[in-house]
Design a protein around this ligand. Structure first.
Ligand SMILES: CCCCCCC[C@@H](O)CC(=O)SCCNC(=O)CCNC(=O)[C@H](O)C(C)(C)COP(=O)(O)OP(=O)(O)OC[C@H]1O[C@@H](n2cnc3c(N)ncnc32)[C@H](O)[C@@H]1OP(=O)(O)O
Length: 595
């Protein structure tokens, strides 16, 4: 058995120690060698009256067991008197357990100012006063252990306890700063969040729970927090019924609501649009210091200054199931033995179809306000956007699973009259920080043109290139299925334009149209099959323009021209003869695979 935790030579003040938790703390500390100041005003649980009895009974109990204790009957609001008792009796003070508390429960409408003040006086001001009075002694001796008593009523609220909740949460704030200020003098301050059966909780908690909430089951936790071997400082520890845990405050990752440092107004509508990100707690972290909280904010501002924001950021996790679903969504089939490597995770050559990696960039654009925020009108939503162009570049070996972090921003905005074109760039990194993929999407925002913007792209917008002026070197046809969009959307682009007839009608289409990136996927498959032996590792980049819509069920014909490692292609619809992808090419790293 571990050596007994002793408190010999330590002087402890326990406030409100005449009953309940305080009494247990006092008894346990004394049994471990501490000399205890048993503070209790002797009032009732609602703070009325005062007598010396409660403290005396506990002092006598301690003494009868061979321990040392003195009674103190002062109100904690007179903190210096409480501390004086310790100094006069024992000459120092090492431990303070701020435990004294009363209740004046009323709903917010009925709390009198007097009740408000009284609650705050006893809980918050009392803890402050006792702590402050002991501070010089603790500082001088370079040692102190202080406990603040909070409550779940403060942490989460509790009907009828607005005054008490506020004071209890106030104690958390008090502890936070006392912990920081005490660090250099080895003065630790921690918070206990107890749920105990006591005169305060009797009649409030259900019997079953009440009976298990024995104060003596919490006392060891608090007593350990008061021991010199406990290194925690500024921790919140919740304990009840023989159970204990650390509690932390979490902060979400948040999102930037503006796109540049120059933008000094934010429309409430932009906030509304991004609210999902503001309130998303999936990547929440616990910040244990104010410097970390403001440090992160500084990082955000730095990025804004460097123009890296709208560098919005998102994470994208994927595994074999996602790769297979995507492959099915762009027509890969087990009927073709060469496709098995895209459809079966146990295949020796299992690999992603490289166009899968358009997904992180697309998901970033769709989940952020990037496109709308780039337009003077601020108006772009799924009813008026079409995918115009796409460039994808694979920068490193692509894995079959992982978590990518994607940063993206608006790169260019063009006024095309009939619409605006917003170009977004994004880079996706794996968990070790390797740049895996670059994406550039041009989004055609129908009806958003004529805002007086420039017409032509800036340098860096990857241009489309015309196909060679000769008959294609090869052609491959793929029939899409009536359910192609229904299947493809499950890879992440849930835009109702592709499945919901009434939504398609709002967007000006007779029936839902296929995702542009789905047609891109079919086309990349054709190039890989024809010129790269279906080997994903040979793929480097693809660029396409979506020239007109495809309807699910139509047959795609991919015409290809090989010029070195560049495969130009054009995709059209067999049934109508209409071009749907133009100006397009795939760059291969190598075409030496058997052709
Ligand atoms: C918010 C998060 C992001 C969401 C991402 C996307 C989510 C997806 O779910 C959406 C989709 O997948 S939509 C389906 C795929 N896309 C399509 O079907 C669009 C097909 N294209 C068209 O219909 C027309 O080209 C059309 C309508 C786009 C343009 O046709 P017109 O208006 O007739 O234009 P036109 O007169 O031909 O040309 C005017 C100028 O615009 C340029 N341009 C034309 N097509 C473009 C295109 N596809 N992309 C970019 N620029 C394009 C022309 O070059 C011309 O410019 P300029 O005068 O300078 O030469």
């Amino acid at each position: 058995m571990a050596e007994q935790l002793r408190f010999d030579g330590r002087i402890a003040i326990v406030t409100g120690a005449g009953a309940g938790l305080g009494r247990e703390y006092a008894l346990l500390l004394a049994s471990r060698g501490a000399k205890v100041v048993v503070n209790d005003l002797g009032g009732t649980h609602n703070g009325e009256g005062a007598s010396s009895r409660a403290a005396d009974v506990v002092v006598n109990e301690i003494k009868s067991k061979g321990g040392q204790a003195v009674a103190d009957y002062n109100s904690v609001v007179d903190g210096e008197k409480v501390v004086d008792t310790a100094i006069k009796a024992y000459g120092r003070v090492d431990i303070i357990i701020n435990n004294a508390g009363i209740l004046r429960d009323r709903s917010i409408a009925k709390i009198s100012e007097q009740d408000w003040n009284l609650i705050h006086d006893v809980h918050l001001k009392g803890s402050f006063k006792v702590t402050q009075a002991a501070w010089p002694y603790m500082k001088k001796q370079n040692y102190g252990r202080i406990i603040m008593t909070s409550s779940n009523s403060g942490m989460y609220g509790n009907f009828g306890q607005a005054n008490y909740s506020a004071a209890k949460m106030g104690l958390v704030g008090l502890a936070n700063t006392v912990a920081i200020e005490g660090t250099k003098n080895n003065i630790h301050c921690n918070v206990i969040v107890p749920t105990a059966a006591s005169r305060m909780t009797e009649g409030i908690l259900p019997d079953m729970l009440f009976n298990e909430l024995k104060p003596q089951l919490i006392a060891p936790v608090v007593v350990y927090l008061c021991h010199e071997s406990c290194e925690d400082n500024g921790a919140y520890i919740e304990s009840a019924a023989g159970w204990a845990t650390k509690v932390q405050i979490f902060r979400g990752k948040g999102t930037v609501l503006r796109t540049s440092i120059e933008q000094d107004t934010i429309a409430p509508e932009a906030v509304q649009k991004l609210w999902g990100k503001v309130t998303d707690m999936s990547e929440a972290t616990s910040l244990d210091a104010i410097s970390r909280a403001s440090g992160y904010l500084l990082e955000v501002l730095e990025k804004l200054k460097e123009g890296k924001i709208g560098d919005v950021e998102d994470t994208f996790s994927f595994g074999s199931k996602d790769l297979i679903l995507y492959a099915l969504g762009i027509g890969a089939t087990v009927k073709n033995a060469d496709d098995l490597k895209f459809l079966y995770e146990n295949d020796a050559d299992f690999s992603p179809i490289p166009s899968f990696f358009v997904m992180p960039g697309l998901m970033l654009s769709m989940s952020s306000n990037l496109v709308a925020s780039a337009l003077p009108s601020g108006k772009a939503d799924l009813t008026n956007i079409l995918h115009g162009e796409q460039y994808l570049e694979i920068c490193d070996d692509i894995p079959t699973s992982g978590k990518l972090t994607t940063t993206g921003k608006v790169f260019d905005v063009m006024d095309k009259g009939s619409g605006a074109v917003v170009v977004t760039n994004s880079d996706s990194y794996d968990e070790s920080g390797r740049l895996l993929v670059k994406n550039q999407s041009s989004i055609f925002v129908v009806g958003a043109g004529k805002f007086g913007g420039k017409k032509n792209p800036i340098n860096g917008v990857v241009p489309i290139v015309p196909a060679p002026n000769r008959a294609p070197d090869a052609s491959i046809q793929y029939k899409t299925s009536e359910d192609q969009a229904a299947l493809y959307r499950l890879s992440g682009d849930l835009n109702p334009l592709h499945i919901d007839p009434s939504f398609a009608a709002i967007s000006g289409f007779k029936t839902p149209i296929l995702h542009g990136l789905c047609s891109l996927g079919f086309s990349v498959r054709a190039v890989l099959a024809k010129y790269a032996n279906n080997n994903s590792a040979l793929f480097k980049a693809v660029k396409v323009r979506f020239a007109s819509p495809v309807l699910p069920g139509q047959t795609l014909k991919v015409d290809m021209w090989k010029e070195g490692k560049r495969i130009y292609f054009r995709t059209s619809i067999v049934e109508t003869g209409k071009d749907v992808i133009t100006g397009a090419y795939v760059d291969l790293k190598d075409t030496s695979a058997k052709l």
